[in-house]
Design a protein around this ligand. Structure first.
Ligand SMILES: NC(=O)c1ccc[n+]([C@@H]2O[C@H](COP(=O)([O-])OP(=O)(O)OC[C@H]3O[C@@H](n4cnc5c(N)ncnc54)[C@H](OP(=O)(O)O)[C@@H]3O)[C@@H](O)[C@H]2O)c1
Length: 261
């Protein structure tokens, strides 16, 4: 899709982190942004700081179908939909309270379905649109202590893969994004009990990912891997998971793949 003034982009989880980086990159192309998150104040600040005009803060909760449907309706025509809002709770599954598991499923997985469901019919009617689903490197390869989070991200991956083919010939396309470890506030609430394999100092900045997403929409790319090593993980894990274990142990330490059978 050609990105220019007049193109309307709705981003969920836009108030900070990866969503903010994506919103900034689209705004730099002249697009008009609809910014969704639960807290309104950061959205209003962001809307006011973006280049161009017409950007709107749309307070909404993706885990509530009527709430995200209202935000989509309020924005009006959506040319590009970025399904980005997400949360994590890292801990061994045996210790993870069921409410936290359900919360991740509701925001990351059901939130994806609710968001796409709200915007897709109008895109199909116009025979034009692009959907970006922000999954995770953890959606192509599961990591200890992230079993449920990774499950929601793998569900997004399968959904987006299927949807891209299903929408063939409709004028609507789909890109899936697989970030590795990116410096955002995603884990701020749990930094005192992260798994050993998680290394804060290895995180990539969010800014360049915004630009990569914009380019992927311009060129209708199927996938974005960021940093590029996530693509290698996907290929190796798909062909030989034990080889992926070896690579992960070397890169992240023993706790990333402790079993050797
Ligand atoms: N950072 C990483 O290393 C990494 C790696 C792989 C994948 N990802 C994925 O990237 C996406 C963005 O994460 P991030 O790292 O940028 O996290 P972040 O900095 O914590 O930002 C999360 C955004 O989502 C919003 N949000 C959370 N719950 C929501 C809800 N129920 N309804 C609407 N908005 C909600 C937050 O705003 P409010 O709290 O105000 O609602 C915020 O704008 C997520 O899907 C995440 O899984 C991140």
């Amino acid at each position: 899709m050609e990105l220019r003034a007049g193109i309307r982009v709705l981003v969920t989880g836009a108030s900070r982190g990866i969503g903010e980086a994506i919103a900034r990159a689209f705004a730099a192309r002249g697009c008009t942004l609809g910014l969704v998150a639960r807290a309104v104040e950061p959205l209003e600040l962001l809307a006011a700081s973006l280049p161009g005009h017409g950007h709107v803060a749309l307070p909404g909760d993706v885990s509530e179908a009527p709430s995200i449907a209202r935000a989509v309706r309020e924005f009006g025509r959506v040319d590009v939909l970025v399904v980005n809002a997400g949360i994590t709770h890292y801990m061994p599954f045996a210790e993870l309270p069921l409410e936290k598991a359900e919360q991740m499923v509701r925001v990351n997985w059901l939130g994806t379905l609710y968001t796409v469901k709200a915007a897709l019919p109008a895109m199909l009617e116009l025979r034009r649109g692009h959907i970006v689903v922000v999954s995770s490197g953890g959606g192509v390869r599961g990591f200890p202590w992230a079993a449920v989070y990774n499950g929601t991200k793998a569900a997004q991956r399968a959904f987006a893969e299927a949807l891209r083919h299903e929408l063939h010939g409709t004028g609507v396309s789909v890109t899936t994004v697989y970030p590795g470890e990116v410096a955002t506030s995603l884990h701020d609430h749990e930094l005192d009990h992260m798994p050993d394999w998680y290394h804060l100092d290895r995180r990539s900045p969010a800014g360049p990912l915004g630009e990569k997403v914009v380019e992927a929409v311009e060129h209708d790319r199927r996938e974005v891997f960021y940093p590029p090593i996530v693509r290698l993980l996907r290929v190796v894990n798909g062909v030989a998971p034990r080889a992926a274990d070896v690579i992960l142990r070397r890169m992240l330490g023993e706790s990333a793949a402790p079993r050797r059978d």
